[in-house]
Ligand binder design. Structure first.
Ligand SMILES: [Zn+2]
Length: 193
């Protein structure tokens, strides 16, 4: 499997977590052997409000087991380096014996960043920027919140052709219902609070 295809796969599976990861970003990870064979994958998701989901890297590392030794980890976001609700992914990556980490985006978060430097200091080969634009697009609501300190807000208005929004309730409801469910999932309504 080519590295770029593995990163695209990581980004694709990360999208399964949209709407489930608040307040975290969506993240996907793929592990390849040293000669490019697919070993495992994982994404970050929360099963319900009270459960703490493992980060994508840890899900993929657990699935890989011993095969992670000497392997390449591709992950959409710089691995985290802090004790939050879960231990730092950097520790799990070092323990598993991963020899190369390729990530798309630097973690812009004040607390969680610094993972790449820590892994590098342990002799792990680090590369960043692969598929960065695609990953930015997938995480646009989270990046907006972190970088601009403001919620990502979308307004959807059902308007008449002459610019009025006060059509009969029946007409308004019909227009607003269309695509509303998909919009909620895509932008994670909780960011709007
Ligand atoms: Zn992490």
């Amino acid at each position: 499997m080519e590295l770029i295809d593995a990163m695209r796969r990581a980004n694709q599976i990360s999208i399964s977590g949209l709407g489930l990861t608040f307040p975290n970003p969506i993240v996907g990870a793929v592990i390849l052997s040293a000669n490019g064979e697919f070993i495992s994958e994982g994404f970050h998701a929360r099963e319900n409000e009270n459960s703490v989901a493992e980060h994508a890297e840890v899900v993929a590392l657990k699935a890989a087991g011993d095969r992670a030794r000497g392997a390449t980890l591709l992950v959409t976001l710089e691995p985290c380096n802090h004790h939050g609700k879960t231990p730092p992914c950097t520790d799990a990556i070092i323990r598993a014996g991963i020899s190369r980490v390729i990530y798309a985006l630097d973690d812009p978060h004040d607390i969680a960043h610094g993972g790449a430097a820590k892994l590098k200091a342990q002799g792990i080969d680090i590369q960043s920027g692969l598929c960065a634009q695609e990953v930015k697009e997938a995480n646009r609501a989270w990046l907006h919140k972190i970088l601009r300190k403001r919620s990502f807000v979308t307004a959807k208005v059902a308007a008449t052709i002459d610019g009025y929004i006060a059509a009969s309730m029946e007409v308004q409801n019909g227009l607003l219902r269309k695509n509303r469910a998909e919009m909620c999932i895509d932008f994670d309504m909780r960011w709007m609070r």
